[in-house]
Design a protein around this ligand. Structure first.
Ligand code: IPE
Ligand code: IPE
Ligand code: MG
Length: 228
């Protein structure tokens, strides 16, 4: 497939695991397992397509309100993903950055995160941001607090530079799977001029072909940024 305009930074709201499992008569955790197995395919494919940065919404600051059993399962899968990623690091040149509040995470998970971040910090080809305990509003508040602490002026660029994703820049495209038409607190500040792509396909079914459809659609969008 030919893509004319490749988005440099893509954000993905990976939604629909629970409904995918329910539709199959399974527990929600079954959907999360399949959803997490899908991450690698899409990450590899997106970078192959020329995307430079990917930001994946894995767990929102609001997702703590789910049943403890489900939260525990999601945390377990995240840790396993990070460990697997760390093992494969030698053959890719991807820098992994976890974005979101760290304090609320278990010590185990925090350790796994620091390890991958440290090991991948000199990798240059691509950036993979994984949003865990992430909230866009919280991120903006933290950025403003940081500016105040540093005694710097509060400006549009100043805030941008103090967001978690400053290395990736603003997302050109935000994809949401699972059929809901909302942002659910994802990249609120950075997404000011992002193209939005919504699909009914549930995350465990969102494959390379579906990703290419989003890329194709992006290629036809006219971005004006307020100009004529
Ligand atoms: C996305 O799938 C994964 C997370 C939010 C952690 P959901 O678990 O939200 O699945 P649905 O939306 O209930 O189907
Ligand atoms: C958004 O999905 C968060 C992630 C995909 C990690 P949710 O399923 O939590 O969003 P809402 O509750 O439907 O808005
Ligand atoms: Mg959901």
């Amino acid at each position: 497939m030919e893509t004319v305009n490749v988005p440099s930074h893509v954000g993905i709201i990976m939604d629909g695991n629970g409904r995918w499992a329910t539709a199959k008569g399974q527990k929600r955790s079954y959907g999360h397992k399949h959803g997490s197995a899908n991450v690698d395919n899409i990450v590899t494919h997106a970078f192959k397509r020329g995307v430079k940065s990917l930001t994946l919404y894995a767990f929102s600051a609001e997702n703590w309100a789910r049943p403890k059993e489900e939260v525990d399962e999601l945390m377990k899968l995240l840790k396993a993903y990070l460990k697997k990623f760390a093992k494969k690091l030698y053959k890719n040149d991807v820098r992994l950055i976890v974005i979101g509040g760290r304090e609320e995470l278990s010590e185990d998970l925090r350790k796994a995160i620091s390890e991958v971040e440290e090991k991948s910090k000199d990798n240059k080809s691509n950036i993979l941001n994984i949003a865990i305990n992430y909230g866009g509003r919280q991120e903006i508040v933290n950025a403003v607090k940081r500016l105040i602490e540093k005694g710097e002026e509060i400006t549009v660029n100043g805030i941008s530079e103090n967001l978690y994703t400053s290395l990736s820049g603003d997302p050109d495209l935000i994809i949401r799977t699972g059929g809901e038409l909302r942002l659910s607190n994802f990249l609120l500040y950075q997404g000011a001029y992002s193209e939005l792509y919504f699909t009914d396909v549930l995350w465990p079914d969102f494959n390379e072909i579906e990703f290419d459809k989003a890329m194709e659609e992006f290629g036809h969008r006219k971005r004006r940024f307020g100009k004529v």
